[in-house]
Write a protein that binds this ligand. Structure first.
Ligand SMILES: C[S@@+](CC[C@H](N)C(=O)[O-])C[C@H]1O[C@@H](n2cnc3c(N)ncnc32)[C@H](O)[C@@H]1O
Length: 208
């Protein structure tokens, strides 16, 4: 289970990260105006509150955390501050670079890989990516990380409206039993689900 170092994850450290991230994201979005490729930031304060509860309730079976479509990587960084061993997978190289710059500024250990969160051998979901907000990519990022999807204990994603079912499918196919899927939803917060059987749909733990 992740161990919280209270100084490392102090409110001021989290507040500094969120302030710096919002400023960098604002600049990025102003530059991208009209040319963005699907990056929208989640509500980091709300996601952080959910992560704190998940840690307090010891819901995660282990420390390996993966942010699917990590953008600026802020959720992975918040998880790292709470003691998770965090990784991010992002298909847009300029966002991977932005996340790497931010994590260097923070002085925290989070690894980002450029590529797709859809494993390359999942032809069905690779095809789905072409008809959704998901970006298709030849390269699956797991090889770069040298971690199989089944090894992760917790996944986080911010689905576009109507695409939460795609993440549920990705999770049920490639996560192992016992893993958690956290999805952020505008207005309602973070839905926590667990894979508790090999097939079917994830089991709802609750809204955090
Ligand atoms: C709605 S944004 C969420 C960003 C971040 N997780 C957050 O909460 O602020 C979704 C991100 O997923 C990325 N993305 C889309 N398809 C992807 C894929 N197949 N593999 C990896 N990243 C992908 C997009 O480039 C975008 O940055």
């Amino acid at each position: 289970m992740p161990q919280t170092d209270t100084e490392w994850s102090s409110p001021s450290r989290v507040a500094n990260l969120l302030r710096e991230a919002q400023s960098r994201i604002h600049t990025h979005q102003a530059q991208q105006r009209g040319h963005g490729k699907g990056f929208v930031a989640s509500d980091f304060t709300r996601v952080h509150a959910a992560l704190v509860r998940i840690e307090e309730e010891q819901l995660a079976r282990g420390p390996l955390f993966c942010e699917w479509g990590s953008g600026f990587g802020v959720v992975a960084m918040l998880a790292a501050l709470l003691g998770f061993e965090a990784y991010g997978i992002e298909v847009q190289p300029e966002l991977v670079e932005a996340a790497e710059d931010l994590v260097e500024w923070l002085g925290c250990d989070v690894q980002f890989a450029c590529g797709s969160f859809v494993p390359a051998d999942d032809d069905d979901l690779v095809g789905t990516a072409e008809h959704s907000w998901w970006h298709a990519s030849d390269g699956s990022a797991y090889d770069d990380l040298d971690i199989e999807p089944a090894a992760f204990d917790v996944f986080f994603a911010y689905p576009w409206p109507g695409e939460d079912g795609l993440f549920d499918t990705l999770f049920m196919r490639h996560a192992s039993i016992g893993a958690l899927l956290l999805t952020y939803h505008d207005g309602t917060g973070v839905l926590v689900q667990r894979k508790d059987s090999a097939t079917g749909v994830p089991a709802v733990v609750g809204w955090y």
